[in-house]
Ligand binder design. Structure first.
Ligand code: S3P
Length: 209
Protein backbone atom coordinates (compact mmCIF):
# COMPACT_ATOMS: atom_id res chain seq x y z
CA UNK A 1 0.00 0.00 0.00
CA UNK A 2 1.13 3.55 -0.73
CA UNK A 3 1.76 4.63 2.85
CA UNK A 4 4.23 1.83 3.58
CA UNK A 5 6.61 3.31 1.00
CA UNK A 6 6.50 6.77 2.55
CA UNK A 7 9.05 7.71 5.20
CA UNK A 8 7.50 7.45 8.67
CA UNK A 9 6.21 10.81 9.89
CA UNK A 10 6.56 12.46 6.47
CA UNK A 11 4.18 15.28 5.58
CA UNK A 12 2.57 13.10 2.90
CA UNK A 13 2.11 10.23 5.31
CA UNK A 14 0.49 12.56 7.84
CA UNK A 15 -1.77 13.95 5.14
CA UNK A 16 -2.84 10.44 4.11
CA UNK A 17 -3.60 9.57 7.73
CA UNK A 18 -5.68 12.75 8.07
CA UNK A 19 -7.63 11.96 4.91
CA UNK A 20 -8.30 8.41 6.11
CA UNK A 21 -9.43 9.63 9.54
CA UNK A 22 -11.74 12.21 7.93
CA UNK A 23 -13.25 9.52 5.68
CA UNK A 24 -13.88 7.30 8.70
CA UNK A 25 -15.48 10.13 10.65
CA UNK A 26 -17.81 10.90 7.73
CA UNK A 27 -18.68 7.23 7.25
CA UNK A 28 -19.53 6.85 10.93
CA UNK A 29 -22.46 9.14 10.10
CA UNK A 30 -23.12 10.13 13.69
CA UNK A 31 -22.35 6.75 15.26
CA UNK A 32 -19.82 6.44 18.03
CA UNK A 33 -16.79 4.16 18.25
CA UNK A 34 -16.79 1.93 21.33
CA UNK A 35 -13.60 0.17 22.43
CA UNK A 36 -14.35 -3.05 24.27
CA UNK A 37 -12.07 -5.50 26.05
CA UNK A 38 -10.58 -6.58 29.32
CA UNK A 39 -9.15 -4.37 32.03
CA UNK A 40 -5.63 -3.44 30.98
CA UNK A 41 -6.36 -3.84 27.26
CA UNK A 42 -5.64 -0.14 26.76
CA UNK A 43 -9.20 1.05 26.06
CA UNK A 44 -8.68 4.49 27.63
CA UNK A 45 -5.13 5.05 26.40
CA UNK A 46 -5.95 4.09 22.83
CA UNK A 47 -9.45 5.60 22.96
CA UNK A 48 -8.16 9.04 23.91
CA UNK A 49 -5.68 9.01 21.01
CA UNK A 50 -8.17 7.55 18.54
CA UNK A 51 -10.66 10.29 19.45
CA UNK A 52 -8.02 12.96 18.81
CA UNK A 53 -7.24 11.36 15.45
CA UNK A 54 -10.92 11.27 14.44
CA UNK A 55 -11.71 14.73 15.84
CA UNK A 56 -14.32 13.30 18.23
CA UNK A 57 -14.71 13.73 21.99
CA UNK A 58 -13.49 10.91 24.21
CA UNK A 59 -15.35 9.49 27.21
CA UNK A 60 -14.04 7.00 29.74
CA UNK A 61 -17.23 5.46 31.16
CA UNK A 62 -15.57 4.70 34.53
CA UNK A 63 -14.66 8.36 34.97
CA UNK A 64 -18.21 9.39 34.06
CA UNK A 65 -19.60 6.92 36.61
CA UNK A 66 -17.28 8.30 39.30
CA UNK A 67 -18.34 11.87 38.46
CA UNK A 68 -22.05 10.96 38.54
CA UNK A 69 -21.71 9.06 41.85
CA UNK A 70 -19.28 11.52 43.43
CA UNK A 71 -17.05 8.63 44.55
CA UNK A 72 -14.40 6.30 43.23
CA UNK A 73 -15.14 2.91 41.63
CA UNK A 74 -13.66 0.98 44.62
CA UNK A 75 -15.88 3.05 46.96
CA UNK A 76 -18.96 2.38 44.82
CA UNK A 77 -18.23 -1.38 44.93
CA UNK A 78 -17.66 -1.25 48.67
CA UNK A 79 -20.58 0.91 49.76
CA UNK A 80 -23.21 0.01 47.16
CA UNK A 81 -22.07 -3.32 45.74
CA UNK A 82 -21.40 -4.52 42.21
CA UNK A 83 -25.06 -4.79 41.04
CA UNK A 84 -25.58 -1.08 41.83
CA UNK A 85 -22.34 -0.21 40.03
CA UNK A 86 -23.51 -2.21 36.98
CA UNK A 87 -26.86 -0.34 36.93
CA UNK A 88 -25.05 3.00 37.00
CA UNK A 89 -22.63 1.80 34.35
CA UNK A 90 -25.47 0.79 31.99
CA UNK A 91 -27.15 4.21 32.49
CA UNK A 92 -23.94 6.14 31.86
CA UNK A 93 -23.13 4.20 28.68
CA UNK A 94 -26.69 4.70 27.40
CA UNK A 95 -26.33 8.46 27.97
CA UNK A 96 -22.93 8.62 26.26
CA UNK A 97 -24.30 6.72 23.24
CA UNK A 98 -27.36 8.99 23.07
CA UNK A 99 -25.12 12.06 23.07
CA UNK A 100 -22.68 10.78 20.44
CA UNK A 101 -20.79 10.69 18.20
CA UNK A 102 -17.79 10.09 20.44
CA UNK A 103 -15.13 7.53 21.16
CA UNK A 104 -16.24 5.66 24.28
CA UNK A 105 -14.26 3.32 26.53
CA UNK A 106 -16.61 1.31 28.78
CA UNK A 107 -15.24 -0.73 31.69
CA UNK A 108 -14.36 -4.33 30.88
CA UNK A 109 -17.52 -5.78 32.43
CA UNK A 110 -20.05 -3.44 30.82
CA UNK A 111 -20.76 -5.66 27.84
CA UNK A 112 -21.96 -8.48 30.03
CA UNK A 113 -25.33 -6.65 30.04
CA UNK A 114 -27.35 -7.51 26.95
CA UNK A 115 -29.12 -4.14 26.92
CA UNK A 116 -25.72 -2.41 26.74
CA UNK A 117 -24.58 -4.70 23.92
CA UNK A 118 -27.79 -3.98 22.02
CA UNK A 119 -27.38 -0.22 22.47
CA UNK A 120 -23.78 -0.35 21.28
CA UNK A 121 -24.78 -2.38 18.23
CA UNK A 122 -27.48 0.18 17.40
CA UNK A 123 -25.52 3.37 17.95
CA UNK A 124 -21.85 2.58 17.47
CA UNK A 125 -19.16 0.62 15.73
CA UNK A 126 -17.31 -1.54 18.24
CA UNK A 127 -13.65 -2.55 18.30
CA UNK A 128 -12.39 -5.35 20.54
CA UNK A 129 -8.97 -4.41 21.83
CA UNK A 130 -7.74 -7.93 22.30
CA UNK A 131 -4.79 -8.61 24.59
CA UNK A 132 -3.31 -11.84 25.88
CA UNK A 133 -3.45 -12.79 29.55
CA UNK A 134 0.22 -12.07 30.15
CA UNK A 135 -0.02 -8.48 28.91
CA UNK A 136 -3.22 -7.91 30.87
CA UNK A 137 -1.66 -9.24 34.08
CA UNK A 138 1.44 -7.13 33.63
CA UNK A 139 -0.65 -4.00 33.13
CA UNK A 140 -3.26 -4.54 35.84
CA UNK A 141 -0.55 -5.27 38.44
CA UNK A 142 0.54 -1.63 38.20
CA UNK A 143 -2.72 -0.44 39.80
CA UNK A 144 -4.75 -1.56 42.78
CA UNK A 145 -8.02 0.23 41.98
CA UNK A 146 -9.85 -2.68 40.36
CA UNK A 147 -12.15 -4.23 42.96
CA UNK A 148 -12.73 -7.42 40.99
CA UNK A 149 -9.00 -8.22 41.18
CA UNK A 150 -8.70 -7.90 44.96
CA UNK A 151 -8.70 -11.68 45.26
CA UNK A 152 -6.25 -14.24 46.64
CA UNK A 153 -5.27 -15.22 43.09
CA UNK A 154 -5.71 -12.28 40.67
CA UNK A 155 -4.15 -14.28 37.85
CA UNK A 156 -6.82 -16.98 38.15
CA UNK A 157 -9.49 -14.25 38.35
CA UNK A 158 -8.25 -12.64 35.14
CA UNK A 159 -8.24 -16.08 33.46
CA UNK A 160 -11.81 -16.77 34.57
CA UNK A 161 -13.06 -13.33 33.49
CA UNK A 162 -11.35 -13.72 30.10
CA UNK A 163 -12.98 -17.06 29.44
CA UNK A 164 -16.40 -15.71 30.45
CA UNK A 165 -16.05 -12.50 28.48
CA UNK A 166 -14.10 -13.27 25.33
CA UNK A 167 -17.07 -14.97 23.60
CA UNK A 168 -18.92 -11.66 24.11
CA UNK A 169 -16.03 -9.39 23.09
CA UNK A 170 -15.54 -11.36 19.91
CA UNK A 171 -18.98 -10.27 18.74
CA UNK A 172 -17.54 -6.76 18.28
CA UNK A 173 -17.58 -5.41 14.73
CA UNK A 174 -13.78 -5.29 14.57
CA UNK A 175 -10.80 -6.71 16.43
CA UNK A 176 -7.41 -5.05 16.93
CA UNK A 177 -4.57 -6.70 18.87
CA UNK A 178 -3.38 -4.61 21.78
CA UNK A 179 0.27 -5.31 22.45
CA UNK A 180 3.44 -3.57 23.57
CA UNK A 181 4.08 -1.40 20.53
CA UNK A 182 3.81 2.42 20.32
CA UNK A 183 0.25 3.55 21.04
CA UNK A 184 0.04 5.40 17.73
CA UNK A 185 0.56 2.09 15.91
CA UNK A 186 -2.50 0.60 17.59
CA UNK A 187 -4.43 3.78 16.76
CA UNK A 188 -3.32 3.44 13.10
CA UNK A 189 -4.63 -0.14 13.14
CA UNK A 190 -7.97 0.98 14.62
CA UNK A 191 -8.35 3.65 11.92
CA UNK A 192 -7.38 1.12 9.22
CA UNK A 193 -9.89 -1.41 10.55
CA UNK A 194 -12.65 1.22 10.68
CA UNK A 195 -11.76 2.42 7.21
CA UNK A 196 -11.82 -1.12 5.83
CA UNK A 197 -15.20 -1.74 7.40
CA UNK A 198 -16.93 1.56 6.68
CA UNK A 199 -15.43 3.05 3.57
CA UNK A 200 -15.21 1.88 0.01
CA UNK A 201 -12.17 2.63 -2.14
CA UNK A 202 -13.20 6.23 -2.67
CA UNK A 203 -13.52 6.69 1.09
CA UNK A 204 -17.29 6.88 0.96
CA UNK A 205 -19.86 4.98 3.01
CA UNK A 206 -19.59 1.26 2.35
CA UNK A 207 -20.82 -1.68 4.36
CA UNK A 208 -22.88 -0.77 7.39
CA UNK A 209 -22.10 -2.67 10.58
C1 S3P B 1 -14.27 -3.76 35.50
C2 S3P B 1 -13.38 -2.98 34.80
C3 S3P B 1 -12.99 -1.64 35.22
C4 S3P B 1 -14.08 -1.01 36.09
C5 S3P B 1 -14.46 -1.92 37.22
C6 S3P B 1 -14.96 -3.30 36.73
C7 S3P B 1 -14.59 -5.13 34.98
O1 S3P B 1 -12.75 -0.83 34.08
O2 S3P B 1 -15.22 -0.72 35.32
O3 S3P B 1 -13.32 -2.07 38.04
O4 S3P B 1 -15.61 -5.70 35.38
O5 S3P B 1 -13.82 -5.62 34.12
P1 S3P B 1 -11.50 -1.03 33.07
O6 S3P B 1 -11.84 -2.12 32.11
O7 S3P B 1 -11.41 0.30 32.39
O8 S3P B 1 -10.32 -1.33 33.92
Amino acid sequence: MAETSLPAGSAMQTQEADIKAAAVKAALAGRSVVLVGMMGAGKSTIGRRLAARLGLPFFDADMEIEAAAGMSIPDIFETRGEPDFRDGEARVIARLLDNGPAVIAPGGGALMRKETRDRIREKAVSIWLKADAEIIMRRVKRRSDRPLLQTADPEATVGRLMSEREPIYQQADLTVWSRDVPHEKIVDECVDALHGRLCDQEGRMGITP
